[in-house]
Design a protein around this ligand. Structure first.
Ligand SMILES: Nc1ncnc2c1ncn2[C@@H]1O[C@H](COP(=O)(O)OP(=O)(O)OP(=O)(O)O)[C@@H](O)[C@H]1O
Length: 179
């Protein structure tokens, strides 16, 4: 079963005289449980694709079907709810709320939905991501990698249909950096 399908997806940006064809007819099928990494040079359209898949921006044309539902047909309000329940996002800058601790950040999307968090499940995720001793730490007390894992924990906590992660190669696979 396909959990995500994309049909002839286009995104053209019009900036004055210049038209940028960031996506020009993308087709994609991803099955349940499948992991797909999209790699490409800077400016090749990865973030644009991610935004279209997550319903964060409207495509020029084409369809995005998540878990059997064509998100192009949803109203803004329906899309907000669908996104919160079905799609886990991990943004490149993590988007953690600085005045909330690790636990509060993780359960925020669940609480926004008016649902009581399943604390046993949250504990499982914290353990899986080696964050159990950081539960009450504030984001600024965490390393970059720990912050990224909190963002992943928050994405997992809603038990989403898909997770969309905008991560860089180094933070995923590790690389030597010099300052
Ligand atoms: N809001 C916008 N208005 C106009 N052009 C845009 C806009 N957003 C992105 N673009 C253009 O679309 C193209 C794709 O950009 P995008 O951010 O998707 O690339 P990317 O592959 O994610 O790059 P990077 O790896 O550097 O983050 C670029 O040429 C960029 O200039």
């Amino acid at each position: 079963m396909n959990i995500l399908s994309v049909r002839n997806l286009k995104k053209y940006y019009n900036t004055g005289e210049n038209k940028v064809k960031a996506l020009d007819g993308v087709d994609l099928d991803i099955r349940k449980g499948e992991f797909l990494a999209i790699v490409g040079t800077s400016g090749s359209g990865k973030s644009t694709l991610l935004h279209m898949l997550g319903g964060l921006d409207n495509p020029t044309s084409g369809e995005v079907i998540i878990d059997g539902r064509n998100i192009s047909g949803l109203s803004r309000d329906e899309l907000t709810i669908y996104r919160r329940r079905k799609i886990g996002f991990v943004f490149q800058n993590y988007n953690l709320l600085p005045l909330m601790n690790v636990y509060e950040n993780i359960v925020l999307p669940i609480k926004l939905d008016g649902i009581k968090p399943d604390n046993n499940y949250i504990e499982e995720i914290l353990k899986l991501l080696k964050l159990e001793d950081k539960k009450y730490f504030m984001p600024n007390q965490l390393s970059g990698g720990q912050q990224q894992r909190v963002a992943l924990a928050r994405a997992l906590a809603i038990k989403p249909a898909i997770i969309l992660a905008d991560v860089n190669w180094c933070s995923l696979f590790g690389c030597v950096s010099s300052v």
